[in-house]
Structures are given as C-alpha cells and as structure tokens.
Design a protein around this ligand. Structure first.
Ligand code: CMC
Length: 428
C-alpha cells in the first residue's frame, strides 16, 4: 500500500503531495507540483529540510552517528579496506573482486602524470599562494588540457574524466606543496600505492631515495577514506549544481574545491589546528570554552558541531584512534594532542555543548595527525579536496545519469524594492 499523501491547505484550497520513502532515512514530500498547484514557493535557506536529489551513494544518520558508503559502515571501510577500493565502491556501487580492483588501481596509476605544460602554469602563481588557490586554478584549467573527456553525454568520456581527476589530484596537490617550498616537482612512481605515491611526490626529493613509511601510508589512506564522500554537503551540492548546467567535470570539481575551502566546511581542519595551537596549554581551555559559549563573541570551537551529526561523528572516532597510533609510532610528543583530548572532555561535559548536541567532527583530530606527518596547516584542506574528489565524481556521474536531472535553479523570497522609475544622477 502506498503512503498517504501529504495535504497542504493554502487560502482555503487543498492540494495533495506524494510522500516518497528511501531504503532508510526520513520520508520526503514531493513538492515539485507545489508552485503549479498553489502559486507559492517553499522557504528553506541552508536546505535544512530539503532533499535536493535522489542518491544511492552515501547515507548518514546524524542522530545515531552512522555513515554508510553504498551500505558499508565507515569504520569497517577505514579499518579493513583501502582508498582505491572505496573509490571503486563509490563510483561503481559494489566492492570490486581482486582482479577488478587490480585493473582499477592500474587504470588510476596510468593517469597520475600531468600534462607537462601544467608545470609552467604553476610557475604563474606567487610562491606564497595558498595551495587551495593553486589547486582551484589548476583543476579548473584541466579542461584546457584534457578536452577529449569533456563530453558529459558520453558515459565513456565521463568515466575517463573521473579516473583522470582521481588519479591527478595527488600529483596536483603534491606539486602545489613543492612549489610553495621551492623544491623540484617529483614525478609519480606507479610502482607505489596511490597513497605511497602521494607521500613520495610530497616529501621526496630527487637527491635521495624516498622510503614510504607503512605506518604513515596506512594513516594517510585511512584519512583519505574518512573524507571520501559525505552525502549532499556544501561542496558536493556545489559540484552537482555546477554540473546541472552541463558544465565540464573539471570545472565542476574546481567549483567544489572553492566551496570546500571555507572554514565552516573543509577549511575547518586548518582552523581547528590553528585554534589548538592558539590555546596552547590545557590551563587555557576554560577561557576558550567561555568564548565559544559567549553569544557576543564570534569565536566557535573549530572541529566541533555538524549540520547533520547530532551525535559523535563516526569519522572522528576513527581519527582519534589513528592520531594515537601515528603519534606513538612516529614518537611525536605534541602538547596540542593533550589540549585536543582535554578540550574534547571538557566540551562533552559542558551543558552548552550537551544541549546543542555539539560533538567533535572529522576535523578535530585530523590536523593533529597531518601535522605529525609533516604537512603544513595550509595543506590540510588540500588533502580533504584530494580525497573528496572521489565522492564528487561519483555524485556528479550519478546526477548526469539521472533521467530526472534538471538544471538546479532555486527560487527566492524577494524582499527588495518594488518597481520604481530611474532618476538621472544629477537629480538624485
Ligand atoms: N562552537 C560553539 N557553538 C557552536 C558551534 C561551535 N563549533 N557550532 C554550533 N554552535 C552553536 C551555534 O552558535 C548555535 O547556537 P544558537 O542556537 O544559540 O544560535 C547552535 O550551536 C547551532 O549552530 P548552527 O550554526 O545553527 O548550526 P549549523 O548546522 O548551521 O552549523 C557547523 C554547523 C558545522 C557550520 C557549525 O557547527 C560550525 O561552525 N562548526 C565549526 C566549524 C567546523 O568544525 N566545521 C567542520 C564541519 S565537519 C567537516 C565538513 O563537513 O566539512
């Protein structure tokens, strides 16, 4: 039996709207005919009650703190899988068997090099440019170099562009880093894993052989898995919206990178570590907790709170464990890790944070790990973008293949001036 329709009454006229159910999660009311039926729009700034699309990729239960990729819990994927396997899963819907995973990994490896002309493109940036600015520019420019994979109506070209983006992102990110420290670019080595290759291109130098540390490689791979996708977040929605006009995939991912950069989204990991460094010692935590609670102070605890999670972010749990392992294995004694742990405990027991259901999110501990590995804070969001590219291309492909797909075009509640006549400048 179908669900009972939702009835809306406006100015005495009733209209019915189909209620749709997903496999899990809340039902949605299909309001596509609302404007036609009533002449009214809905008002939902920030999309807190609006499902913008149908998707089979990622599911989040924010109250329970659950994150599933194609049905698989994030902690199982982080502990037992690899980033390449998760990339395949997100793109194709199923876990690959061994030969399929090998073929996929080889395909990605074959696309890791960048067009040589792009090295010149990097040299146009200032040496002190933020690597996110460089990444945004370089990814946006890819369509000028890989024009043979920009026909979005051809599924083969879409897949080639997706593979190119996943494969080239580590090279682009590592080159942004090398450029900022004035070291030569390191070319990919396809004998290494996706993650090992990235570490070598980032931290290796031509003068010495670079040996990939398996502990760091494993931690980095987990960090990539934890950031791979997150449903219809701001940057993914940006990619979908940009793509809905038929823009090429490289331009869409550049738009996603630009959105991710903001401190309320991917930029939070950089902001969280800067905040922990600013706090510096455990005895200063109460001062910052008081500031976070003060309505007149714009300060927020970075790495805390989430639009969807009203429980512990499942990614933060894995991240905290990984931070422990990495610091121990690398023998790093960083006081900011103690500040982070203590801050978490104090906040979790403070009525302000308890009542508002503010818990640590994925960004709270990631900065501690990345800094122990040797990344400067400016690279943190770049690493997020690298990993999230997998989710972005999976969601972009899903959108383009969706027969219901339309150009995204929200409406508005207009509160500006009504019609008025132009007055010449000398008469104003
Ligand atoms: N510190 C102090 N108070 C907070 C915080 C925080 N980190 N986050 C939310 N609040 C308060 C906020 O002031 C508001 O209080 P009131 O109801 O009294 O006005 C209430 O909690 C609800 O906050 P909101 O801003 O309306 O919630 P939102 O869903 O729009 O924002 C958020 C979610 C993630 C933008 C926000 O929690 C935040 O700014 N957190 C810090 C930045 C951060 O860590 N971002 C990373 C998100 S996870 C990674 C990713 O997905 O990119």
């Amino acid at each position: 039996m179908g669900k009972e329709a939702a009835r809306l009454e406006l100015a005495g006229n009733a209209s019915d709207y189909k209620v749709m159910s997903g496999t899990v999660g809340p039902d949605v009311i299909d309001i596509r005919k609302l404007y036609g039926n009533t002449g009214a729009f809905t008002f939902d700034p920030g999309f807190t009650s609006t499902a913008s699309c149908e998707s089979k990729i990622t599911y989040i239960d924010g109250d329970e703190g659950v994150l599933l990729h194609r049905g698989y819990p994030i902690d199982q994927l982080a502990e037992q899988s690899s980033f390449m396997e998760v990339a395949y899963l997100l793109l194709n819907g199923e876990l690959p068997n061994k030969p399929t995973l090998e073929t996929f990994t080889r395909t990605i490896s074959r696309h890791t090099m960048l067009h040589e002309q792009l090295a010149t493109f990097y040299r146009g940036f200032r040496r002190d440019a933020h690597p996110m600015a460089i990444m945004c520019g370089v990814v946006g420019a890819l369509s000028a170099f890989y024009h043979d994979s920009t026909d979005i109506n051809d599924p083969h070209q879409r897949m080639v562009a997706s593979h190119r983006l996943i494969a080239k992102m580590p090279t682009i990110a590592a080159m942004a880093y090398k450029y900022s420290v004035g070291q030569p670019f390191i070319y990919p080595d396809n004998n290494l894993s996706y993650t090992g290759n990235f570490l070598r291109m980032t931290f290796g130098v031509p003068a010495e052989p670079y040996v990939v540390d398996p502990v760091v490689e494993d931690a980095m791979d987990k960090i990539f898995i934890l950031h791979a996708d997150h449903e219809q977040n701001a940057s993914t929605s940006t990619v979908r919206l940009a793509g809905s006009s038929g823009a090429n995939p490289f331009a869409c991912i550049a738009a996603g990178i630009a959105c991710l950069w903001g401190p309320a989204h991917g930029g939070a990991n950089e902001a969280a570590l800067n905040m922990l460094r600013e706090i510096g010692t455990v005895d200063r935590i109460p001062e910052y907790i008081a500031r976070a609670k003060d309505k007149n102070d714009p300060f927020r605890l970075m790495g805390f709170g989430h639009r969807v999670y009203k429980n512990y972010d499942p990614r933060a749990k894995v991240m905290q464990k990984t931070a422990n392992e990495v610091l121990e294995r690398l023998g790093v004694k960083d006081p900011i890790f103690d500040v982070a742990r203590e801050l978490e405990q104090i906040a979790l027991n403070d009525p302000y944070f308890v009542e508002k259901k503010l818990y640590p999110n994925v960004d709270f501990y990631s900065g501690v790990i990345l800094s122990a590995i040797g990344f400067p804070t400016t690279m943190f969001t770049v690493l997020f973008a690298l990993a999230r590219t997998v989710g972005w291309v999976a969601q972009w492909n899903e959108m383009i293949s969706d027969p219901e797909q339309k150009i995204g075009r929200p409406r508005q509640l207009y509160t500006g001036a009504t019609h008025r006549d132009y007055v010449a400048v000398e008469k104003r």
